[in-house]
Structure formats: structure tokens, C-alpha cells
Design a protein around this ligand. Structure first.
Ligand SMILES: NC(=O)c1ccc[n+]([C@@H]2O[C@H](COP(=O)([O-])OP(=O)(O)OC[C@H]3O[C@@H](n4cnc5c(N)ncnc54)[C@H](OP(=O)(O)O)[C@@H]3O)[C@@H](O)[C@H]2O)c1
Length: 275
């Protein structure tokens, strides 16, 4: 497993995503993932599975500090009144004293950036989280986040070969912030892509593995694929024994031209324009 180092954090480049895994399945998959070698787990208040994830970590028989655990504050709980109680609820559900990374899940037009960033920094001061970050923040909102003085380590956003995130990625690199790639296999849409398939055949890898490798080969990028199938957990980790060539990468870079976004709810912010 490759680790990425960002500021004072060391994070496994592949983590387990748990969106849409209901509580009991999240417990089973998290337990199987830890057995398979995963040490980075991503959950959220909105997924309603923090309890299952927390039970699996607690019962895994390894020290808590061996796991990098992320959760996210729900967009309906960002106000000063709701924020800290929501984090305390998360810690209770997760059965832990702290998370490694606490993220703002989505911005909310009704809550000023400075209000929720103040709360996020306070959660860190209280020891509820080791590191802080945001998710689904385009560059205009990141300017507001950084203006608060917050020392964020990541922006978790949709990223895979089929979407154009050049503007956001460049911004994050310029500011020394990592990019955590969610929906890293475009919720399955990379499967069957002829370019990814052909490149994979050279290395004995499938389209999912080529996509994940393309992501983690980029500076400051980690990825959190989700599966509900234990047999796929190993496949999604099995990407560290080959390297994409410059020619492969150039071909994959062309796929972003259609700019396919798979996660775009009605409450999404105005995304960055394609450059
Ligand atoms: N911050 C946010 O707003 C946000 C938004 C979306 C996601 N996320 C995070 O990112 C994680 C991943 O994103 P995602 O869940 O949207 O999608 P994803 O990881 O891109 O794709 C998941 C889909 O791919 C399939 N899959 C996984 N591994 C596979 C393999 N080896 N071969 C074939 N199919 C495979 C899964 O099916 P099976 O279950 O059948 O394997 C599932 O349908 C989430 O779970 C969540 O933790 C965050």
C-alpha cells in the first residue's frame, strides 16, 4: 500500500468507501476490508452507517491508531447550534474518541463558510479530529475556506478518468492540499471503456484497477472505492504492482473530454468551469 503524506498526515492512498452500505453490510464489509489490508475507511453522518463501521473497527483486534478514519458533517448540521452535537453523535456511533479526518460533506447556501469552518476548527481543537478538510468545494468556495485560516488537508470530490477536474486539481496542488477521489470508478461507468480495457490488458488488470492506478499515480491524490462484495476488496487494492506509462497516462487523460459527472444533487454548488 502506498501512503500519501500531506502536511503532518500520513494516509493510505486507497481507502474503503461506504456510501449506500446499510449499517450491517457496512460492518461486514469494513471488517472484511480490514482483514484484506485496508487501513483507511470513509464514512459520513449522511450514510447512517457510522455505527456498523465503528463496530467493525472496534472488533478488528488492531490498535485504533492503525486505522485512518474519516467522517463528514451532514449539510443540514453545519450551523453553530447543530455542528458540535453532530460530531459528538458521530463519535458515539463510531465508538471512538476521535476521527482522523473530519470533513464538511457539502457546502450549504444557508450557512456561511466562516460559520462552519469555525466549528470545524473548534472540533479539531477539542481533539475530536486529528485533521480537517472539506468535500464538494469548488475553487471559489475554497478561497473562502482558506480565508478563514483553516489548515485543511484535503478536498474530497468526484474524480475518475471520465470527469474533467483539471482546474480544481491544479488549485489544490498550488495550495498543498490533497484531493480525495470519490466515485473513483464513476460508480461502475469505467467498466467497458475500451481505452481503459486495452491498457489494462497489457498489465493483466481490469478497467477499475487502471482507473484507480491512474488516480493514485498523481501527486497528492488518494481514492476511496466502494464495493459491497468482499471478493472485490482485494482487486481494488491490487494496483501497486504495476505502473502506467507516460503514453498510457496521456491516453487516459483524453477521456475527460466528455466531462461525465455522476454525483450532482440539486443542492450541489456551482462547479468549476472546465478549462
Ligand atoms: N463526499 C461525497 O459527497 C461523496 C459522494 C459520493 C461518494 N463518496 C465516497 O466515495 C466512495 C466511493 O464512491 P461511490 O460509492 O459513489 O462509487 P464508486 O466507488 O466509484 O463505485 C462503486 C460501484 O462500483 C462497483 N465496483 C466496485 N469495485 C468494483 C470492481 N472491482 N469491479 C466491478 N465493479 C466494482 C460497486 O458495485 P459492487 O458493490 O457490486 O461491487 C458499486 O456499484 C463512497 O462510498 C463514499 O465513501 C463521497
Amino acid at each position: 500500500m502506498k501512503n500519501i503524506t500531506i502536511k503532518n498526515a500520513t494516509i493510505p492512498a486507497i481507502g474503503l468507501g461506504t456510501f449506500q452500505l446499510e449499517n450491517e453490510l457496512a460492518r461486514e464489509i469494513t471488517a472484511a476490508a480490514i482483514s484484506a489490508g485496508y487501513r483507511h475507511i470513509d464514512t459520513a453522518q449522511a450514510y447512517k452507517n457510522e455505527s456498523g463501521v465503528g463496530s467493525a473497527i472496534k472488533d478488528a483486534g488492531i490498535d485504533r491508531d492503525e486505522i485512518f478514519l474519516t467522517t463528514k458533517v451532514f449539510r443540514e448540521r453545519l450551523s453553530k447550534k447543530d455542528f458540535m452535537p453532530s460530531v459528538e453523535d458521530s463519535l458515539r456511533e463510531l465508538k471512538t474518541d476521535y476521527v482522523d479526518l473530519l470533513l464538511i460533506h457539502w457546502p450549504n447556501r444557508n450557512v456561511p463558510v466562516a460559520e462552519y469552518m469555525d466549528q470545524l476548527m473548534e472540533a479539531q481543537q477539542k481533539g475530536y479530529t486529528k485533521h480537517i478538510g472539506v468535500s464538494n468545494h469548488p475553487t471559489a468556495l475554497l478561497d473562502e475556506v482558506l480565508a478563514t485560516g483553516a489548515d485543511i488537508i484535503t478536498n474530497q470530490v468526484e474524480y475518475h478518468p471520465l470527469i474533467n477536474q483539471t482546474k480544481l486539481y491544479t488549485y489544490l496542488r498550488e495550495h498543498g492540499i490533497s484531493l480525495t477521489a470519490y466515485s473513483p470508478i464513476a460508480q461502475g461507468k469505467v467498466l467497458g471503456n475500451p481505452v481503459l480495457k486495452e491498457i489494462g490488458e497489457k498489465y493483466g488488470k481490469n478497467e477499475v484497477q487502471v482507473s484507480l492506478r491512474w488516480l493514485v499515480q498523481q501527486d497528492g491524490v488518494m481514492a476511496i472505492p466502494r464495493t459491497s462484495k468482499t471478493e472485490r476488496l482485494k482487486d481494488n487494492l491490487n494496483i501497486f504492482d504495476f505502473e502506467l506509462s507516460t503514453e498510457d497516462t496521456a491516453q487516459i487523460d483524453q477521456l475527460k473530454k466528455d466531462n461525465q459527472r455522476v454525483v450532482n444533487p440539486s443542492f450541489a454548488p456551482d462547479w468549476d468551469q472546465v478549462v
